[in-house]
Design a protein around this ligand. Sequence first.
Ligand code: SAH
Length: 207
Amino acid sequence: MASNDEMVDRLVRKGLLRTESVIDAFMSVDRGRFCTSNPYIDSPQPIGSGQTISAPHMVAIMTEALELEPGMSVLEIGAGSGYQAAILGKLAHPATVHTVEVVPELAKMAENALESAGIGNVTVHTGDGSIGLGEEGPFDRILVACGAPKVPPPLQEQLAEGGMMLIPVGRRYQDLIRVRVTGKGFSKENLGGCIFVPLVGEFGVEI
Ligand code: SAH
């Protein structure tokens, strides 16, 4: 598979990409800018520091499930390569997407890749995202791109009224959980199994 367009076509044919704005976002962000090895194959790839860029199908599933609309405030935990953040940036425009990365080298790389891809509305923060980013919240959408032992309370508290969070919950294998803020509190829904690198930090796994 040799091009970003072909990768996107395949995700559409599989039914993983369905919404026009999401398909457009995937078309307009070249995954090759965020990953040098086999960028258009549907699998995770190493990005250094022992971390990986998520597989395109997982980015597609999460982005579709996030029901993101222009102008929404968005927080991502685990910038990694910056690819998912770039897609979120396209969809949330003109709002700013905040993404937090705990490994400084990766945060720098993500920042450079986002700049080279011409994405101007994503801010990369270096630090422990398991405590969220209170000073920029509350958020309409939170996407956690690493596996958490349980939903970190600060992230739940930083969800806006009517907000939604997607978070892989579990140890080695996780379930993708969708948390919604309802009138009565929070509702949780299991969207299926997934495998992400662990969330570290205060509300992450013990290492
Ligand atoms: N969204 C990324 C893939 C993320 S991989 C992409 O599109 O490429 C998960 C990332 O989460 C890794 O880079 C890892 O360093 C980071 N991470 C793990 N625990 C974290 C924490 N507590 N705060 C912020 N980032 C964290």
